[in-house]
Design a protein around this ligand. Structure first.
Ligand code: GAL
Length: 419
């Protein structure tokens, strides 16, 4: 009670008097590195902060903006090099594997066994949460990345039905553009270009082609005519973005759809968090549907909190964090706000809205059917080096540096030299 009410100034004064140690360390804390800086993301994270605070654990926030986590990984490297790793770090797929090789991660096996994580976390996530059979990370969610977020008023006004294939998509975008709106809200950052690319690969070549090109990096698939069509389509989509797209943050692009300045955004379901945060309702204010031509498939990523080795004094708080993340109540409460779906298979869908229920059902169906694939753009299909090589080519082409035929050649070469 006394500590809870004490101000920072009060603690400072006690420290100045040399009384700090026993009092200041009585409060447990975690330091978490993440890139959840947009409104909806911050709101979702608040669910976790509050949960921990109720257990007496305070939260030291270490935000590093930038979807896909590239910037966050750079900051992490500097922290680890200086021997000062955070308690937990938000991480995606293959980045986890990279860090797991370095013998600096905590072991969560005891907690995982006690709480039965093995029985409820899907294998596709466990591939990343476990290293050599040991739990090193707690998965927070499953996002899927092949979504379209549309302004319903614009669709209604122009009599547009949800497009189901490429030609219908182009017809819809033409209508939106002709009516004076920005057709596609987009932020020209490599990971955002790559998010659209994932969807276009899936829509153009189907699941087998996605597997061959984005997961197996088969040079024949990467260098194929189908890949040339993918790049042609990317160039076509480039014609529907506004003049100021370069460098724009993804949430500002979402805001363009929310504010009826733009018709659609191609983005993962974290975009839904922004709509909800702005008080918008699915099927009333906005529509969520699969990128046309990818209705039967899901490309996914999963944010995981990777736990680093910390001193004994910080281990209890770290385990409380891991346990809080894995609790079914948290997985529902957090993902309802975040736009994602639970990373456990035993969480009911009752609290989720229409898009969330659809997301959960489609994820389960794709998993059963064998059409659930890791997102390249979000670090779940290839190691970071290969992903970054793909990013470079996709972005250079999107910005007109390469024509489609050159982009195909560059892609084959870039992937080969990154492997
Ligand atoms: C993704 C991440 C999502 C979301 C998004 C934009 O990489 O998995 O949780 O935060 O970036 O920041």
């Amino acid at each position: 009670m006394f500590l809870g009410k004490m101000t920072r100034a009060g603690i400072g004064m006690i420290a100045a008097l040399g009384l700090s140690t026993s009092i200041a360390t009585a409060q447990e804390s975690v330091e978490v590195l993440h890139w959840w800086t947009a409104g909806g993301e911050a709101k979702a994270l608040q669910v976790l902060k509050k949960d921990l605070e109720s257990q007496g654990v305070s939260w030291n926030d270490m935000p590093v903006a930038g979807g896909g986590g590239e910037q966050a990984m750079t900051v992490l490297r500097a922290r680890v090099t200086s021997g000062n790793a955070p308690t937990a770090v938000q991480m995606l797929g293959f980045d986890i594997k990279d860090w797991a090789g370095e013998d600096i991660l905590a072991n969560l096996d005891e907690l995982a066994a006690k709480e039965g994580w093995d029985d409820v976390v899907p294998d596709a996530l466990k591939d990343f949460s476990k290293h050599d059979g040991h739990w090193i990370a707690a998965p927070v969610n499953v996002h899927s990345t092949n979504w379209v977020w549309a302004n319903k008023a614009i669709f209604d006004e122009l009599g547009i039905n949800q497009p189901t294939d490429w030609n219908e998509l182009i017809a819809a975008l033409d209508k939106i553009k002709a009516a004076g709106y920005t057709a596609v809200a987009h932020g020209g950052q490599a990971w955002q270009d790559a998010t659209i690319f994932d969807a276009v690969v899936m829509a153009t070549g189907g699941p087998d082609f996605y597997q061959a090109s984005m997961i197996d990096t088969d040079p024949d698939a990467l260098g194929s005519d189908t890949m040339k069509t993918v790049f042609d389509r990317m160039a076509q989509l480039r014609g529907y973005v506004d003049d100021n797209f370069s460098g724009r943050d993804w949430n500002l692009a979402t805001a363009m759809v929310i504010n009826k300045e733009a018709g659609v955004q191609f983005m993962g379901d974290w975009a839904k968090g922004e709509f909800l945060n702005a008080g918008k309702v699915p099927d009333t204010d906005f529509l969520c549907f699969r990128f046309p031509g990818t209705q039967d498939a899901v490309t996914f990523n999963s944010d995981q909190f990777v736990m680093f080795k910390v001193g004994e004094d910080r281990q209890d708080a770290q385990m409380k964090l891991a346990s809080a993340v894995m609790s079914p109540t948290f997985q529902s409460a957090f993902n309802v706000v975040k736009g994602s779906v639970p990373a456990r298979t035993d969480v009911p869908n009752d609290a989720f809205d229409a898009c969330g229920k659809k997301g959960m059902a489609e994820l389960a169906a794709a998993n059963k059917k064998g059409t659930l694939f890791g997102s390249m753009a979000h670090g779940h299909s290839v190691p970071a080096g290969v992903k970054n090589a793909m990013y470079d080519v996709i972005t250079a082409h999107f910005n007109g540096e390469y024509d489609s035929a050159t982009a195909v050649e560059e892609l084959v070469n870039a992937v080969e030299s990154a492997q």
